[in-house]
Design a protein around this ligand. Structure first.
Ligand SMILES: Cc1ncc(COP(=O)(O)O)c(C=O)c1O
Length: 454
């Protein structure tokens, strides 16, 4: 029996990433408020937010300083544009801060409101730059199978997941997908992580040569893949990939939308994975998700090309109404201040040790084929047979069953197929990590019993 609020929802909203058909019977879980790492539903039941919202609420819920930063800026100047040479202090200060902490030499910062917009902008800037540099054929962008880069037309094309392409008539032209660096699933029998990384770099090089290096402009990658199943590449994967890119003057774009701001125990994921990015996308934890804001960090070479195009065309014809939104920028600035002042990244690195210990221990659970992760993000892949790694039939919905049982235990996690993802707020304590894994273990045991009961 759906509650009144649930009935109104079903009759009104289109929910992203939801089976719209089955949802009509199930109805929504309506969340009312949050505090620390917990959220509460309309009946007052608390849940550990084990996915930090959507991999984003790093400072947890009800952070009074972020609320106050928003209130202050809202009262002072709730909106002002940065089109046509206008500006305001919060956007300037946030741009400066991002340049200061960036994991690469950054010339300028472009603001937007989401990860999808950031990656969409990356595609446009790469094309724009190569037109300015007089190499109009150099336009292809290589992404990876299972990558997640967003849902706008260009960013969904970069995404390497079939559900984001099927019947949306995607991907668009000039976007290619190379192999996914998931050793457990895609390595050949007996292939070491090192040999797997070498093979993937060779496959990338073959793709670039097949397409023609003069047509390949950029490579985009999340340091650790998120929505594709929390996939941590082999240690030497990115250095090998990067060597190939450098041979053919192919830009490296780091999508730091999940990994940025401490998730892997380093300020940026690029540092943890030995990536030397040319340009960088950020969003999510930039404001601890309290307000929507994203950014593209632009290298000098690209900026110079943008200057040339502006001289030629008369303007830089790209930007969003909410680019650099003053309230979002003020909240992001406060977020970065808190990360620094409270050593949130150091805290994440320390709590990551028991987090990874508990996560990896679940590899022994009879349902789990692989327990993988890095820093404060991880996933448990459920398999029907550990030896052959055979999955359960998709229609059985084992991953979904596990997350439903976790919900009963008061834990919000997300299943990506039959992989169950964890990505708690960075402020989580060691005791809360234990509580979270105790709840998850009960949900996994319940899933095992449900499977056994047929
Ligand atoms: C790595 C990565 N890039 C881009 C995006 C898209 O961000 P948004 O949903 O804010 O458009 C996401 C969202 O989950 C992401 O995980």
């Amino acid at each position: 029996m759906l509650s009144n609020l649930a009935v109104r929802d079903v009759e009104t909203l289109v929910h992203p990433y939801t089976n719209l058909a089955t949802f009509r019977e199930q109805g929504p879980l309506v969340i009312e408020r949050g505090e620390g790492i917990y959220v509460y539903d309309t009946a007052g039941k608390p849940y550990i937010e084990g996915l930090a919202g959507l991999w984003c609420t790093s400072l947890g819920f009800a952070n009074a300083e972020l609320v106050e930063a928003a209130r202050e800026q809202m009262a002072k100047l709730p909106f002002s544009q940065i089109f046509a040479g206008r500006s305001h202090d919060p956007a300037i200060a946030l741009g400066e801060k991002l340049k200061e902490i960036a994991p690469a030499a950054i010339s300028k910062v472009f603001f937007c409101s989401s990860g999808s917009e950031a990656n969409d902008t990356q595609v446009k800037l790469v094309w724009y730059m190569n037109n300015a540099l007089g190499r109009p054929a150099k336009k292809k962008i290589i992404s990876r199978i299972k990558a997640y880069h967003g849902v706008t037309i260009a960013s969904a094309s970069l995404t390497g997941l079939t559900a984001n392409h099927a019947d949306f008539d995607l991907p668009i032209a000039n976007i290619l997908h190379t192999a996914c660096p998931h050793h457990y699933r895609f390595a050949e029998a007996g292939e070491s992580e090192e040999a797997f990384a070498t093979r993937l770099a060779a496959e990338l090089e073959e793709m670039i040569l097949r397409e023609g290096p003069e047509t390949v402009a950029a490579f985009i990658a999340e340091p650790v893949m998120g929505a594709g199943g929390v996939i941590v590449p082999p240690r030497t994967y990115f250095p090998k990939i990067q060597a190939v890119l450098e041979r053919y003057d192919v830009m490296m774009i780091a999508d730091e939308v999940i990994c940025g701001f401490g998730r892997l125990g380093t300020l940026f994921g690029s540092t943890a994975l030995d990536i030397r990015p040319d340009s960088i996308s950020v969003a999510k934890a930039l404001s601890s998700a309290y307000l929507p804001i994203g950014a593209v960090m632009i290298p000098e070479r690209m900026y110079q090309a943008m200057l040339d195009e502006s001289r030629k065309i008369g303007t830089f014809g790209h930007g969003y109404t909410y680019s650099g939104h003053p309230v979002a920028a003020a909240v992001a600035l406060k977020t970065l201040e808190i990360y620094e002042r409270d050593d949130i990244v150091g805290h994440a690195a320390r709590v990551a040790v028991p987090f990874q210990r508990r996560l990896k221990a679940l590899a022994e659970h009879p349902l789990i084929g692989e327990a993988r992760g890095m820093g404060l993000v991880g996933a448990l892949e459920i398999v029907a047979d550990k030896a052959s790694k055979a999955p359960y039939p998709t229609a059985k919905g084992v991953g979904a069953r596990c997350t439903a049982l976790a919900l009963e235990e008061g834990l919000i996690v997300r299943n990506l197929g039959d992989s169950v993802a964890l990505c708690p707020p960075l402020i989580i304590t060691e005791a809360q990590v234990d509580d979270m894994f105790d709840r998850l273990t009960r949900a996994l045991d319940g899933t095992r019993d449900w499977i056994a009961a047929g």
